[in-house]
Design a protein around this ligand. Structure first.
Ligand code: ATP
Ligand code: MG
Length: 479
């Protein structure tokens, strides 16, 4: 699966299931009847479904069925195509943005006065139609926009608004969605007073280069533990995905911290004495860190703390003096203080690696669709390497700095490394890659880099990572 809008946060979890079901299982043949080209995607979701269930008890099934009928009737009347449904959330596609907005408005009118309040989010883009739904960043975007709204509200992206006539929308300003993307301008259709959108504010969380992929279970577990631990430390070897998982969990839980969610990047800090200064700088605390935080409810994401473990007592002291403070730490080693809960981040599984590859390949070639070759490589790698080794390998295949480097690595491995590799593990692993060229060619017929040097395409890890390195003698090995 490629992403999830708000996993683990109660009612938003169903949007994640919908998104996953809507476009996670990639096949080669487009699903029948899906509009193609420029498409407006509409996600809907009932607000407060748990509360509704408690209020209505056995009658909730009828309430839910009435709501489904009202939405389906309104959407069908405007030529909407149902892509998927999960519980009480819908995913629809429309060939026309005007039709999609009219459908959403009709549906809201039909529900008004009833017990069910539905949030709706629309976004227009060019998702790729596959046999079980759409794939691409536009699907993530539409789901996130829906998750940002409130019951009874219709929120649309800039690209949908551009296709509408003046006067039908209100500017809600720029917002950072919880996918950690760049800020986007959002609009509300029709009148109505609603609370602030459920988007990110009071944060310096970094913009993520790509959507968050897979990891539904881990994200839900981290969110759960974050609710009960003062300090939660995500541990694991370099490249396991600790920082990305922590940033996503921080974004998803941002509403629970009125004092904000603050990212403290410590990778470049070598002196433990500078950790508290780094925190103070980010928070703008000139009057003493503990006094500045005081009773504020805020989350600090202390990222890459492994070389600064001596700061543990100072962090314990800060926690004891600031009752609303929580810390989410990423580190290759735990800090081993009483307040700490460790969460070892498990490696990626083969299915997630396949999604990574698809997402990366689509940056090179937007119409790329998965081929069985990709899953074959990923499952062979998983089997050959064992899960521990596979995690960093997968990440460096599919998540290097440039879009094509994952493909370049595969091709390079197939062509050069297989013959040169001496270490048993390498022979096992890279003997499994005769299909790499096919894989690269499936992505794009463009000429691929000829024999790139490992140092040119693989960013060396700081330590403890199994990735290719070039030996002075010209051969390659894993370290
Ligand atoms: N679930 C994910 N979805 C999308 N991208 C991911 C995911 N997990 C990891 N990545 C990407 O993989 C790369 C490595 O992940 P990350 O930086 O989180 O690893 P790390 O465990 O923090 O490594 P280090 O110990 O070196 O800091 C990054 O480019 C990150 O964006
Ligand atoms: Mg990290």
């Amino acid at each position: 699966m490629e992403a999830a809008p708000s996993q683990g946060t109660g009612e938003d979890a169903k949007l994640s299931l919908l998104l996953a079901a809507g476009h996670g299982r990639e096949r080669l043949v487009p699903m029948q009847g899906l509009p193609t080209g420029t498409v407006t995607l509409l996600f809907t979701d009932i607000e407060g479904s748990t509360r509704l269930l408690e209020e209505h008890g056995d009658r909730y099934a009828t309430v839910l069925a009435d709501h489904r009928r009202a939405l389906r009737d309104a959407f069908a009347a405007h030529d909407g195509v149902e892509v998927d449904t999960q519980g009480d959330a819908f995913f629809y596609a429309f060939a026309s943005a005007i039709g999609a907005v009219a459908a959403a408005s009709t549906a809201q009118q039909a529900l008004s006065g009833g017990p069910v309040q539905v949030r709706m989010g629309l976004h227009t883009g060019t998702p790729i139609a596959t046999d079980e739904g759409y794939v691409g960043i536009d699907v993530h975007r539409a789901a996130r926009i829906c998750a940002a709204g409130h019951g009874g509200q219709i929120v649309v992206s800039d690209s949908t608004r551009e296709l509408l006539e003046d006067g039908t929308f209100h500017d809600l300003g720029e917002h950072r969605l919880k996918d950690l993307s760049e800020p986007v301008r959002l609009y509300q259709i029709g009148d109505g007073e609603f609370p602030r959108l459920r988007t990110l504010h009071q944060t310096n969380l970094p913009v993520a280069p790509a959507p968050f992929l897979g990891r539904e279970r881990e994200l839900a577990e981290v969110l759960g533990l974050l609710g009960t631990s003062r300090m939660l430390t995500l541990t694991g070897p370099g490249g396991t995905g600790k920082t990305r998982l922590a940033a996503q969990a921080a974004a998803e839980s941002a509403e629970q911290y009125p004092g904000g969610v603050w990212w403290i990047s410590l990778a470049a800090v070598r002196d433990p004495a500078l950790v508290l200064d780094s925190i103070a700088q980010v928070l703008g605390a000139s009057d003493g860190l503990a006094d500045h935080i005081a009773e504020k409810e805020l989350l600090l994401l202390l990222d890459n703390l492994e070389q600064l473990l001596e700061v543990a007592p100072d962090l314990a002291d800060l926690l004891s003096r600031c009752s609303g403070l929580r810390m989410l730490v990423t580190s290759r080693e735990p800090l081993r203080i009483a307040a700490e809960q460790e969460y070892p981040v498990p490696p990626f599984v083969s299915e997630e690696a396949v999604s990574f590859f698809g997402a990366r390949a689509r940056i090179v070639n937007p119409s790329f669709q998965q081929t069985p070759v990709v899953s074959k490589i990923c499952s062979r790698l998983t089997a050959a390497c064992g899960r521990r080794l596979f995690a960093p390998l997968a990440l460096h295949f599919f998540h290097d700095d440039t879009a094509s480097s994952g493909c370049a690595i595969m091709l390079w491995l197939a062509r050069d490394w297989r013959s040169q590799s001496k270490a048993p593990v390498n022979r096992t692993v890279f003997g499994t890659l005769p299909v790499s060229r096919t894989c690269a060619e499936a992505i794009s017929p463009a000429p691929w880099p000829s024999s790139p040097r490992a140092s040119e395409i693989v960013r060396p890890p700081r330590r403890g990572l199994a990735v290719p390195v070039t030996r002075s003698g010209g051969g390659q090995s894993c370290r």
